[in-house]
Design a protein around this ligand. Structure first.
Ligand SMILES: N[C@@H](CCC(=O)N[C@@H](CS)C(=O)NCC(=O)O)C(=O)O
Length: 201
């Protein structure tokens, strides 16, 4: 049995959707970021980075959304291309989402990670709409006019859905990115996604 440690909302939505879509048996262990449970000794024993999500497998814990998504794709034999180049393209988008877009977003709510200066927090947060809009332009340019990122549904589509949920709150005018908006609508229409979204609010 897999156990996903997850707060509501956040990038953990991606791992949750992947588990639900895969049809694998799993349970959710909710962790409250608002109450600081990611810093509790119990959770730090699971993930010393104090970040979510984390996935407990029969072999031990996994952290980092790209690794968790890869693992779920591998054990379910779903949601990953078999062609090496297409597989690398899926990982290319996932890497961009994790290493650039998520970090751009975090400069708003999590600016204190990078500076102790309150003025710098304000300055970093002021840049988020611009960096997230830049990220949207990059993604819009690689999405097809219709359908999934690589033609068949894969973990990159799932990761993109979780990250997409931040764009409007970060001040990005989604109407400027019609392919991205259509992709989000297609994701929301999937029963597994709707089920998970209802749990995350
Ligand atoms: N690279 C990690 C980032 C995980 C991450 O930063 N998660 C946030 C929630 S979106 C978190 O745990 N924040 C808690 C904190 O900063 O204390 C991943 O992609 O899974």
């Amino acid at each position: 049995m897999l156990t996903l440690y997850a707060p509501q909302g956040t990038v953990a939505v991606a791992a949750h959707v992947a588990l639900e879509e895969a049809g694998l048996p799993y349970t959710i262990h909710w962790i409250s970021i608002i109450q600081g449970e990611q810093r509790s000794p119990e959770f730090l024993a699971i993930n010393p980075k104090g970040r979510l999500p984390a996935l407990l497998t029969e072999y031990g814990h996994l952290t980092e959304t790209p690794a968790i998504l890869d693992y779920i794709a591998d054990i379910s034999d779903k949601f990953m291309q078999s062609d090496p180049f297409q597989k690398a393209r899926a990982r290319e988008l996932i890497s961009f989402l994790a290493a650039t877009v998520h970090v751009n977003h975090a400069h708003g709510p999590r600016a204190a990670r990078w500076s102790d200066d309150p003025a710098a927090h304000v300055s970093m947060a002021a840049k988020v709409t611009e960096t997230m809009a830049d990220s949207c332009s990059v993604i819009e340019a690689v999405l097809p006019n219709a359908g999934w990122f690589l033609g068949s549904y894969c973990i990159a589509d799932i990761h993109l859905y979780a990250v997409y949920r931040w764009f409007e709150g970060d001040g990005v005018a989604i109407a400027n990115y019609p392919k991205l908006a259509a992709h989000f609508a297609a994701m929301k229409a999937r029963p597994a996604v709707a089920k998970v979204a209802a749990l995350h609010g």
